[in-house]
Design a protein around this ligand. Structure first.
Ligand SMILES: [Zn+2]
Length: 212
C-alpha cells in the first residue's frame, strides 16, 4: 500500500461518541466506538474486534470547519464511564450543520486527536471563527443558553489552518472580531466561565513549540 493512498490510517483508537441526533426524535446517547482517521475520512466502527468491525458512520474531512476542545456538558452517569473525560468537537457541514462531540479518557489523547484531525484538514476552506463548545439541547445552547439554533458560536476558534496555505491570518480574525460587538459581549461573559479548553490550548502551544 502506497503512503500516498488516501485510505492509509493516520490515527486510530477508542473514543466515546455523543449521538449527533440527525433524526428529530432520537434520544441523546453515548457510545464507545473505534475511530479511524485517514487523509479523507474520520470513520467510526462499532468495535475494533474483527467480528464486530461494522462501520457506523464517517465524516468527510473536507467538510470539516471546526475542531476544538469542548466544554464538560455531560455527567458520568449519562456517559456510563467513570473518571474524568476530555471532550472535543468536530463541526462539519453536510446538507446541514452537524457537530460530532467526542470524549477521550486521557487529556493527551484529546490533544493528539485534535492535532491529527487538524493536520488532515489543513487545506480546508470555510473554517469557522466562532463555535459553541457544548451542544444544542433542542431548546437552547448548553454553553451560552441562547435559544436560537442558528446563533453564531459564543467562543472564538483557535487558529489551526497554516497561514502559508493562503488561509486567513490571525490578524484578519482579530479584525473580524472587532466588527462583531455582540459576539465580543458574549465572549467576555463567557470567559468568566470555567472551561477546560484553556488547559488544552496551553498543551497545544507547548506541543507546537516542541514540534517547531
Ligand atoms: Zn454557545
Amino acid at each position: 500500500m502506497s503512503i500516498f493512498n488516501s485510505s492509509v490510517v493516520i490515527k486510530q483508537g477508542y473514543m466515546v461518541k455523543r449521538s449527533q441526533n440527525k433524526k428529530l426524535y432520537t434520544l441523546v446517547n453515548y457510545k464507545k466506538r473505534w475511530f479511524v482517521l485517514t487523509k479523507k475520512y474520520l470513520i467510526y466502527y462499532e468495535d475494533d474486534n474483527a467480528a464486530k468491525k461494522k462501520e457506523k458512520g464517517r465524516v468527510e474531512l473536507d467538510r470539516v470547519h471546526t475542531i476544538e476542545s469542548a466544554q464538560c456538558f455531560f455527567s458520568n452517569e449519562e456517559v456510563g464511564v467513570d473518571g474524568e473525560l476530555f471532550p472535543f468537537l468536530v463541526g462539519y457541514h453536510q446538507d446541514d450543520d452537524y457537530t460530532l462531540f467526542l470524549l477521550t479518557i486521557r487529556s493527551l489523547d484529546r490533544v493528539e486527536w485534535i492535532l491529527a484531525i487538524r493536520e488532515a484538514c489543513a487545506n480546508n476552506k470555510n473554517v469557522k471563527y466562532y463555535f459553541h463548545p457544548a451542544p444544542w439541547n433542542g431548546r437552547k445552547w448548553h454553553c451560552c443558553k441562547i435559544n436560537t439554533k442558528l446563533a453564531e458560536g459564543c467562543r472564538e476558534c483557535s487558529t489551526w489552518v497554516p497561514i502559508q496555505n493562503g488561509s486567513p491570518s490571525k490578524d484578519s480574525v482579530k479584525e473580524n472580531l472587532k466588527n462583531k460587538e455582540n459576539i465580543n459581549t458574549l465572549t467576555d461573559r463567557d470567559r468568566n466561565e470555567d472551561i477546560d479548553g484553556i488547559e488544552l490550548l496551553d498543551e497545544l502551544q507547548f506541543l507546537s513549540v516542541v514540534e517547531a
